[in-house]
Design a protein around this ligand. Structure first.
Ligand SMILES: C[S@@+](CC[C@H](N)C(=O)[O-])C[C@H]1O[C@@H](n2cnc3c(N)ncnc32)[C@H](O)[C@@H]1O
Length: 236
């Protein structure tokens, strides 16, 4: 029994931003994970652990196979499902993944020991804000799947560690649709996230040094391509 996530956690994952029947269709008709990935997916759903939903799994499979990144950074490991999915579909990639939750870290370690057969994955334990200050590599693909209010805080450091042409995917950026509403209509407890996400959109969507696309999969993906060596983002 996992203690980190209650049945009521991850409220926004239960508010699809696309019509429910389309979400169901995407979840049922796209190729299901097989083997250990299927087992991990079932375990995560049973324990309310917020791994990427099935429609995002299908998209990531395609993205990895198309881009074949060599050096991936992930912020938000949880049980290691998305890291193992990426490893499975980009077999030449080295993957560094970060998490701070001891319960998730223990499960991820178990899963990597069993299923990371090519030794592609390195788990960094701790607060991302801290660990990002000490990155030494360059990453051609970055997946941000952690606290959403912090995306705008982490992004400048991440972009410094990416080559031109590198891609960042940020997960869960629609806040179950709240981002499209005025702040006063958003629950008080959700407003810090709302403000962080609005700052993220302001900084990226029209930035000439980036190509940005909002993709309505799960609770929404923001995909960024770094187009210039220097990317100016507004001061935090
Ligand atoms: C949505 S889950 C990641 C799911 C995983 N990417 C998957 O799809 O299989 C988010 C994880 O990010 C971690 N996290 C959130 N904020 C973080 C931070 N500032 N530093 C490190 N880890 C963080 C949480 O502990 C949690 O395990």
């Amino acid at each position: 029994m996992v203690h980190s996530y209650s049945k009521n956690a991850n409220h926004n994952m239960r508010r699809p931003v696309v019509k429910e029947e389309i979400v169901r269709f995407m979840r049922e008709r796209q190729q299901q994970p097989a083997g250990f990935l299927a087992e991990l997916e079932v375990f995560a759903r049973q324990e309310n652990i917020p791994i990427i939903p099935h429609e995002t799994v299908a998209y990531f499979r395609l993205l990895m196979q198309m881009l074949q990144p060599k050096n991936i950074l992930e912020i938000g490991t949880a049980i290691g499902f998305s890291a193992l999915l990426m490893a499975n579909n980009a077999k030449e990639a080295n993957i560094t993944t970060i998490d701070r939750n001891p319960e998730m870290i223990a499960l991820a370690k178990e899963n990597f020991a069993k299923y990371d057969k090519r030794g592609q994955i390195t788990l960094l334990e701790g607060e991302a804000a801290e660990l990002l200050m000490h990155l030494e590599s360059y990453y051609d693909f970055v997946f941000m799947d952690s606290a959403k209010s912090k995306y705008i805080v982490f992004l400048p450091e991440i972009l410094k560690h990416m080559p031109v042409g590198g891609v960042v995917v940020l997960d869960d950026i629609f806040q179950g649709g709240d981002v499209a509403r005025p702040i006063l209509e958003v629950r008080r407890g959700q407003r810090t996230i709302y403000r962080g996400l609005q700052r993220l959109f302001d900084a990226t969507l029209d930035n000439p040094a980036l190509t940005a696309s909002l993709v309505p999969l799960g609770d929404g993906l923001l995909i960024l391509r770094k187009n210039k060596e220097e990317v100016m983002l507004p001061e935090n």
